[in-house]
Design a protein around this ligand. Structure first.
Ligand code: AHR
Length: 643
């Protein structure tokens, strides 16, 4: 189920040939004069397909986690403020109650969080309470018959402060949707849990969270939190709809934590993994390079848990001594603490509980070590004009290989000091470029390092890609598959965006959402189609009559008895095909999945999530000679069953 559980991912249809003709007629398009003749040598495998070809790349950008995948509903939970006030928090003064709020830098709940919100209530009573409200990440999603788990840290100037009332309030009606009473406030910092349960309310995101008191006094608050039910009901967990959309991609790996987010604008603002683990109250947070604060409540262990939940291999990127403002750490003794930190990070992920950092991970709630094969050293270090990456990479490479010889190490720029196992290459281009460059890896030297296309996307459409982008992506993916002996991994980027305009730093992004809904772009569906029909061998083939915007990939899986033909017609006209399957042993049955649109600009959005979605058609009677007509602007997967 997709789009917040509202509909099936694909549409089924049962009159394939008729509907394809109807689509062509409706598009009013004439078929290409030249028929594409494709000959598939199913008994002639060319090379194996990398089983890890399709994965995910992720970082905190566009509110990917906070206001996105991470299910926390309260924004600015630790009360950060600037000249404009305390972000996302407002004073509540019901009736003629009176209160004011200010950040108190003199007290906080932990050594990491040393400030808090000071709420001074000068007038309040049981009928007219005063306090604060939080607006969430462009709203707080509330659903009927749902239980929300919340907590906050607090202390008062006197135990006489009384109870704190917590309520979810609808902005339009002013009605309370759920309420809880928290008692026992004292004069020292303590964490207070609470539960909110909704009844028969309407699902909406126009809601706020209110914390109010009925007596005058002073109250300090920090780390206010509220979670809806999460994926697999995990504490501090993830949004169910987004996790289901990601699971449907069957990603083989997750590259994290960036991207620019790994590097930070400065060395001080890098992803400093040790500050992102342990109890949430002990994580200081940091400024992300994408212009907003990260609480780091989605930290290293949460990334690893995410891998485990979706059965993805972690591709752990370690900070390598270069940040976006051009600061770099000189290789040698200056760099050594960063190398040690990377070794500790690897131990945190993979070490037994008898190791220092493995024991810390166990204390953090995950005694079992994670499986790790790939470690990436830095991000886009070709931007480092000092030329230091050659030596920085070598220093990390030698130290990591000495302790973990089985790890495959990924370089983010060409190096000559040592031979990296894998090189990470990035492409952000228009569709026309991917059409022209779909053969990019056809002639790549097979004796060099393997290739990880760690970030790539057709940049067309906003906030999420349109059909032209999906066509560019699909054309590119046919080239990745055809060359997946050398291209062992590839990940589209960026993956996620909160579509609220204030949340965006980069477009387009594969999956869009607001507080309540989510949707897949045409490019998302193209990824799902390719990833779910990967095959394990590239098969021999030849083609005649193909124009410059016709692309295909042919793979098979003898064990699963399946053959997968991916087709891309990136033109405005239907394309007739004659396919000859040689040495295939077809049963005649299979399935055709079609993603098509009437124009390159057709797209999906938060309000129209299903304009462009895949359509599934069962296939019967497919023989050694099969004729087919692809709709204009279409991406198709033909899955055929083998004897
Ligand atoms: O994906 C967005 C950004 O593009 C990444 O953070 C960075 O690695 C690249 O430049």
């Amino acid at each position: 189920m997709m789009e917040g559980g509202k509909g099936p991912m694909t549409v089924k249809r049962f009159t394939g040939a008729v509907l394809v003709l109807m689509l062509a007629a409706a598009a009013g398009a004439q078929t290409h004069a030249v028929r594409v003749v494709l000959t598939i040598h199913a008994d002639q495998p060319v090379h194996s397909v990398s089983p890890t070809l399709y994965g995910l790349m992720t970082e905190e950008i566009n509110h990917s986690y906070e206001g996105g995948l991470y299910a926390e509903l309260v924004s600015n939970e630790s009360f950060r403020a600037d000249w404009s006030g305390v972000h996302d928090w407002y004073v509540v003064q019901n009736g003629d109650s009176a209160a004011s709020m200010a950040v108190d830098t003199g007290t906080g709940p932990s050594a990491a969080i040393t400030h808090s919100l000071k709420l001074t209530v000068t007038k309040a009573d049981g009928a007219d309470k005063a306090g604060v409200l939080n607006v969430g990440y462009w709203g707080i999603a509330v659903r009927p018959q749902t239980t929300y788990q919340g907590s906050f840290w607090a202390k008062a100037d006197s135990p006489e402060m009384g109870d704190v009332t917590v309520r979810l309030v609808n902005n339009e009606t002013g009605k309370t949707l759920a309420a809880a009473t928290v008692s026992g406030l004292g004069t020292s910092w303590r964490e207070f849990p609470f539960t909110l349960k909704t009844g028969q309310v309407e699902a909406s995101s126009a809601n706020t969270l209110h914390l109010t008191v009925a007596r005058p006094g002073t109250l300090w608050l920090s780390e206010v939190s509220l979670f809806p039910p999460t994926y697999d009901n995990q504490a501090n967990g993830d949004r169910v709809d987004l996790m289901k959309m990601l699971a449907a991609m069957h990603p083989a790996f997750l590259r994290f934590p960036g991207g620019n987010y790994l590097e930070g604008n400065s060395i001080k603002e890098r992803f400093d993994w040790q500050k992102t683990i342990g109890p949430l109250v002990d994580r200081p947070g940091h400024e992300s390079p994408w212009g907003y604060w990260s609480s780091d409540h989605f930290g290293l262990l949460e990334f690893l848990d995410w891998c485990e939940d979706l059965h993805m291999q972690p591709v752990l990127a370690v900070y390598a001594g270069y940040s976006l403002n051009g600061e770099h750490v000189t290789p040698g003794p200056d760099l050594q603490p960063y190398v040690e930190s990377a070794l500790d990070e690897i131990e945190y992920a993979t070490g037994g509980t008898d190791t220092k950092w493995g024991a810390v991970r166990a204390e953090d709630g995950h005694p079992a070590p994670f499986q790790l094969k790939y470690v990436e050293i830095g991000n886009e270090d070709f931007f480092d004009r000092s030329g230091s990456y050659n030596e920085r990479f070598a220093q990390f490479f030698k130290a990591i290989k000495a302790k973990y010889p089985d790890l495959q190490l990924i370089a983010t720029a060409p190096v000559t000091s040592v031979r990296p196992d894998v090189i990470d290459e990035h492409y952000y281009v228009r569709a026309t470029k991917f059409f022209d460059d779909a053969t990019h890896y056809d002639k790549t030297d097979r004796t060099g390092p393997k290739i990880f296309v760690g970030e790539w996307a057709t940049r067309e459409g906003t906030p999420t890609p349109n059909m032209d982008a999906a066509l560019g992506d699909a054309a590119w993916m046919t080239g990745l598959e055809r060359n997946s002996d050398i291209v062992i991994m590839a990940s589209y980027a960026p993956l996620l965006t909160n579509v609220n305009p204030e949340a965006l730093q980069w477009t387009p992004d594969l999956i869009g959402y607001d507080a309540l809904h989510s949707y897949g772009s045409p490019s998302y569906y193209a990824q799902v189609m390719f990833s779910n029909h990967l095959g394990n061998e590239v098969l021999g083939s030849s083609v005649e009559g193909a124009g410059p915007r016709f692309f295909y990939s042919i793979t098979g899986n003898a064990a699963d008895k399946r053959l997968y033909l991916k087709l891309v017609n990136a033109t405005s006209k239907p394309q007739a095909l004659a396919v000859r399957f040689e040495g295939a042993g077809l049963t005649g049955s299979g399935e055709l999945i079609t993603l098509s649109a009437k124009s390159t600009q057709a797209t999906n959005s938060i309000t129209e999530p299903r304009n462009v979605v895949p359509v599934e058609t069962p296939l019967r009677g497919v023989g050694a000679d099969w004729t087919h007509e692809m709709p204009a602007y279409s991406i198709e997967v033909v899955q055929l069953d083998l004897r």
